[in-house]
Design a protein around this ligand. Structure first.
Ligand code: HEC
Length: 169
């Protein structure tokens, strides 16, 4: 009986852990009086509530995006991009503040002529189109990425991207 009970406890723990974006779940647990709400183990990134609030500012259907699934899919983008404030440019430019930013506006980054001339200002729908097939938007783009063919994957990535490139309100 004991074994069964402890197994159930483990299972319950696993369910809790898979609940809602690994890094943010401390926000939902009662804070211990000795620990500040944002423990140093999580240096950057919004709380779960802040992330949800940021996604809610997006137009439909992006406001329905699944942040955790988007985080996983964004792993493909992380090969070339940092999203965090002050993050370095890599193969691709840093994406902090990308919502509302003019395309090709990071000083010193070696953008393609096509992206520089595109006249795009990034918003949820433009980013969605871009990551569907960058070459369809800018034929000489330097972003060698085939694109995400599944619309739901793109919605999730756009939602996640919003939460990590925008200061919480
Ligand atoms: C193989 C590397 C690579 C991957 C993977 C990649 N990118 Fe890029 N990205 C780039 C490069 C390089 C540019 C600059 C493109 C140009 O100058 O034409 C860029 C540009 C961008 C821009 C425009 C930035 C600006 O400052 O105008 C956005 C937005 C973007 N990428 C989002 C994404 C997202 C989201 C993903 C994942 C779904 C992704 N990228 C995957 C390399 C990459």
């Amino acid at each position: 009986m004991r074994v069964v009970v402890s197994l159930m406890a483990v299972a319950a723990g696993a369910v809790l852990l898979s609940g809602c974006g690994k890094k943010q779940e401390t926000a939902e647990q009662p804070a211990s009086p000795n620990e500040p709400a944002s423990a140093p183990a999580v240096p950057a990134g919004p709380t779960h509530e802040q992330a949800e609030a940021l996604v809610a500012t997006l137009p439909a259907p992006y406001n329905t995006g699944d942040i955790e699934k988007g985080r996983l899919t964004f792993g493909q983008c992380r090969a070339c991009h940092t999203p965090e404030q002050g993050g370095p440019n890599m193969t691709g430019p840093n994406l902090w503040g990308v919502f509302g930013r003019k395309a090709a506006s990071i000083q010193g980054f070696n953008y393609s002529d096509g992206l520089k001339a595109s006249g795009i200002t990034w918003d949820a729908a433009q980013i969605d189109k871009w990551i569907t097939d960058p070459r369809a938007i800018v034929p000489d783009t330097r972003m060698s990425f085939l694109g995400l063919k599944n619309p739901q994957d793109r919605i999730n990535v756009v939602a996640y991207l919003k939460t990590v490139t925008t200061a919480p309100q």
